[in-house]
Design a protein around this ligand. Sequence first.
Ligand code: GDP
Length: 695
Amino acid sequence: MMLLTRKMIEIRSLLQTVGQSETLTLPSIVVIGSQSSGKSSVLEAIVGHEFLPKGSNMVTRRPIELTLVNTPDAHAEYGEFPALGLGKITDFSQIQKTLTDLNLAVPEADCVSDDPIQLRIYSPTVPDLSLIDLPGYIQVTGYDQPTELKQKISELCDKYIQAPNIILAISAADVDLANSTALRASRRVDPRGERTIGVITKMDLVDSLRGAAILADKNYPLRLSYVGVVCKVPQQHNSLFSRGSANITSAITKNESAYFSSHPESFGPATDVTVGTPNLRKKLMHVLEATMSASLASTAEAIHHELTEATYEFKVQYNERSLSAESYLAESLDAFKHSFRAFTETFGRAQLREILKHELDQQVLNLLAQRYWNRPIEDLSPLEGQGLVDTLAALPKATAEEADTLWRLKLDASTASLTKLGIGRLATTVVAGNLAAQVDRLIAHSTFSAHPFARTAITQASNAILQDLSYDTSDELEICVKPYKHRIDIEDSEWARGRENVTNTLKGELRDCENAVKTVEIEMGGKKKFRDVVSFIDRVRKGEIILEGNSGGGAGGFSAALLAKGREAAFLRDRADILRMRLMAIKSKQCASKKNKFYCPEIFLDAVADKLTTTADLFLDAELLSKFFYQFPRTLDSRFRSLTPQQLEQFAREDPKIRRHLDVVHRKELLEHVLKEMEALRALEAREKRHSNVR
Ligand code: GDP
């Protein structure tokens, strides 16, 4: 018999994990009673430990689904909160504290919550039982309690005391039964008293004859009858053992049976009243087993029905494609690594070169702007029709020499700036940044895009590898470019390539400048306004107009904002003029030969940048790119392989589509499992019945 109840309770717990459905459950014993009726004391006497929240104003705010599991061969007693994953708790005061915390977590405004707390208690002294402890009915609302509390508790209890659950209605002997809130509630849903067990507590507080009369109550007769108990922990025991782990069952029972046996005329064997906690436990076990048994067939049918629905959904919505968090991750990771491999095949030294050269082109443009193009245009331009060399030759000798020296110094200084820029760090950072962006792009196009957790894990993995590799690579590359800091020889072919290259770069820059001028012109409100403001700026620059004081408020009839735009436009226009002029110079026959390199700094610096790029791309290809390509997929494998089942589940559930799919698969599997268990149980039940018939 014991095995049967145990199995049914197990199935009940399994059904709880399937989901909240009214029909999809097996009945339980629901414990109701008003505050101070002794409800907690009864439950604690059954469990053998104090574990329920106490305190003058401590109202239970959530149902506690209490599953008691008898472990005959084990000594240890412990509790478990399956939903919290706190593991085995052997200290019952810790269980009490956890329950108190869970209760307090219900917001004051909500009063009570119908989300039950699952608690399992394992002990060799508890019977196999499933009980639901509900908040105690309150008679008078406390001054600091919300007024709806009373109503909300009553509604919550009503929800649970529906058939086929068994009602354990607790009333105290020292309160008139007609006033028992628990019995009144039970009578509303079970008017014929067929599934209510009446428990009368505090029997020691009333005269024994009166106590016996209560137990034989005829006003509300109960088929399962009344049981009288004295669940008070004896005083000396209370102080010594109530906290911690000592079992209080025998102390209570001793005290209780001493009381009842001292009144044999009221409670003795000759009377037909039922008293004592041990009898109550027996009754609970029998009644629960019988009630659960009676529900087996209808519950099995309900499970069947749910399973058919889940199977249908699985077939229609998901084409019977099986899915688990693990298989989903494996598939997603494979697809991601595949796309990464495809990327590695398109990204090599040539692509590195392009990225690096572009970066160095920008550096060259900055240098030119800083060291050359900020000069008045006359300093840079050949006289009309002549090249710069001819212009210098046409100058008086001393002046020409001075000018020539200046051009030489300028180029040497610019070249030094370029080679000493910190190419190692710059090139490594640019390439690492580009790779990180490529990884981001791959994530965005993968299934991982819907998974913040995986996104972070992958990004962290790639960043960690890149950072690690960059450290050494950057130093070593700096050493590789060291010779260029001392001397740079340019071949004729390199010069020619540089000339062609920089022509394109400057043309691009010129286009950008011209477009920027156009944008400013539109922003200023058209061609005429533009001309007026810019010519005003020019006249200020030439000193033809002197601005009074600080021109914060505008000048010449133009606002400060307009003048700022005008200055920007004048700058861009001048830059475009210089670029045009330098493009002409580069095209001129003087710049065809590297012998005039001092006068063609654009070409020379481009050729230097080219040399630096060649060294950097070769080095980075070997040291950064191929190492990253090798390490990244392996790191991902090991990172994702080390996820715990909970993390896996959490990961997969981040995607709502996958979550739904997983839910259907999970529900279907669970229902199949429960149904199998259920069938085994019914076979067991039938066998037990046959046996008892034979006996
Ligand atoms: P609850 O509010 O319904 O959970 O009631 P408790 O179990 O906390 O009991 C309320 C009070 O009644 C406590 O002080 C208990 O010690 C006391 N009490 C409970 N059962 C008995 C009993 O059988 N006899 C006596 N004398 N007192 C009891």
